[in-house]
Design a protein around this ligand. Structure first.
Ligand code: PLP
Length: 450
């Protein structure tokens, strides 16, 4: 992309430092300037349309241009554009949304705590877990286990939970209290001749070995996404959760299900927790909670988590935590309307109905020899490419494929060489086919060009 002087691209590069970009490359190339969106499509400033195959950042469940969300925001802006939830104050939208989330929770939950991003939700979970350990008189119980390739965000604590090298490198992370256990990706992590079920058991054994090596009384919590997203869409191997959960129970370790991507329909149930029959003590939610029309996230905590925290805040006199935007009324009003849409349109049923088509087309990408593996569930999936095909470093083929997808009108995201697909939940069967037609044709042209 050439940057014309005074173009939006050039102005952007002059003033913005971007996330997940190489800043020098950005200065040279500029960014794609997206201007508007409708349904599963977004359009750039030159009028080119793209299928948003990632729903933005795995998040725009109800699609772009949903007028009901605009109206919900406007109504709330006019009535009470801002108020907070500190110091014994509250407001209607935060109350209603908290009630709704407790009602929707797939396991009994006691309280909701509002935050503004997935990172903040996980960061807050870490802090509340530490606070609780102190409340219980177990100050040594502070270590947290997450997984290699897990993604939990980018704040100091949540980036530590994230198990990806680029989120640690040169940031002096992870924090020493955070430990990472085996990534449950069968193809890359299995031993010779190991069955998927045996591999799942070994992952659980690795977790138990780590707990025992560190001392079970020092481990406070285990954080995991039901299905890993940004780490490359890693669907757990058969038997994984059945083997992992009893170990957490055995040692009294809290289970935090990071539902930031899986929550609100993505895996074909309202929560990934239902898809995998999980029993989390804490759930973190964001993204599809408001379809990202407003920044909002939430933690659901069960009573076993809440009660010691309540006692400790009583002892100290205050829970010394909170964000200016926690439970923001406009964000809460938008989230409530968004959840109404998800329920009224039965988007979970819709995901269930079209997931077989999505997964069949995704699997079909493996007909191209460039694709080494496809994996997915519901309306999320990835096609992993043979990076050696480009005789280059990992990630180069993924970046090239991303560029060709763009050229052909499809936005995907390459996590190294895994191409992710996570479209708005409203996508129709015809649109699923269109998306994979573009992916298939693009991969074919890349293969022919190598
Ligand atoms: N947890 C998961 C599973 C995520 O996928 C993400 C973001 O992609 C986060 C947490 C962090 O959310 P945010 O980017 O809103 O801080």
């Amino acid at each position: 992309m050439a940057q014309l002087p005074n173009s939006l691209e050039a102005r952007d590069s002059a003033v913005q430092l971007h996330s997940y970009a190489d800043a020098r490359r950005q200065e040279e190339m500029g960014a794609l300037v997206i201007d508007k969106g409708e349904g599963i499509y977004v359009e750039d400033i030159n009028g080119k349309r793209y299928i948003e195959g990632m729903a933005g950042l795995w998040s725009v469940a109800v699609g772009f241009g949903e007028k009901r969300l605009v109206d919900a925001a406007t109504r709330q802006m006019e009535k009470l554009p801002y108020y907070h939830t500190f110091t014994y104050k509250t407001h209607g939208p935060s109350i209603e949304l908290a009630e709704k989330l407790i009602e929707m929770a797939p396991v009994p939950m006691s309280k909701v705590y509002f935050t503004n991003s997935g990172s903040e939700a996980n960061d807050t979970a870490v802090k509340l877990i530490w606070y609780r350990s102190n409340a219980l008189g177990q100050p040594e119980r502070k270590k947290i286990i997450s997984r290699v390739r897990g993604y939990h965000g980018v704040t100091v604590a949540s980036a530590s939970l994230t198990g990806l090298p680029n989120n640690h490198r040169s940031f002096d992370l992870p924090l020493p209290q955070v430990l990472h256990t085996t990534c449950p990706h069968y193809r890359t992590m299995k031993k010779d001749g190991e069955s998927e079920a045996d591999f799942a058991r070994r992952c659980a054994q690795d977790l138990e070995d780590l707990i025992l090596a560190e001392g079970p009384e020092t481990i406070a919590a285990f954080f995991a996404e039901p299905v890993m997203g940004a780490g490359g869409v890693v669907v757990p191997p058969i038997g994984y959760w059945e083997a992992v959960q009893p170990i957490l129970k055995k040692y009294g370790i809290l289970f935090v299900a990071d539902e930031v991507i899986c929550g609100f329909g993505r895996t074909g149930n309202m929560f990934g927790t239902e898809t995998y029959n999980l029993q989390p003590d804490i759930m973190t939610l964001s993204k599809a909670l408001s379809s990202s029309y407003q920044p909002i996230s939430a933690l659901l905590i069960n009573d076993d988590v809440y009660q010691p925290i309540a006692d400790e805040s009583h002892k100290i006199g205050v829970l010394g935590h909170g964000y200016t935007g926690s439970g923001h009324p406009v964000a809460a009003a938008v989230a409530l309307e968004n959840l109404k849409i998800i329920e009224e349109r039965d988007l979970v049923g819709h995901v269930k109905a079209i997931a077989p088509v999505f997964q069949k087309r995704l699997a079909g990408l493996a007909d191209n020899p460039l694709v080494i593996e496809t994996r997915g569930i519901g309306l999320i999936g990835a096609a992993e490419l043979h990076h050696e095909a480009l005789a280059a470093t990992p990630g180069a083929l993924g970046a090239k494929t991303n560029a060709v997808f763009h050229e052909n009108g499809l936005i995907s995201r390459n996590m190294l060489d895994a191409m992710a697909f996570c479209p708005p939940l409203i996508i129709t069967e015809a649109e699923v086919n269109k998306m994979f037609d573009i992916a298939e044709a693009s991969l074919k042209s890349i293969r022919e060009s190598l």
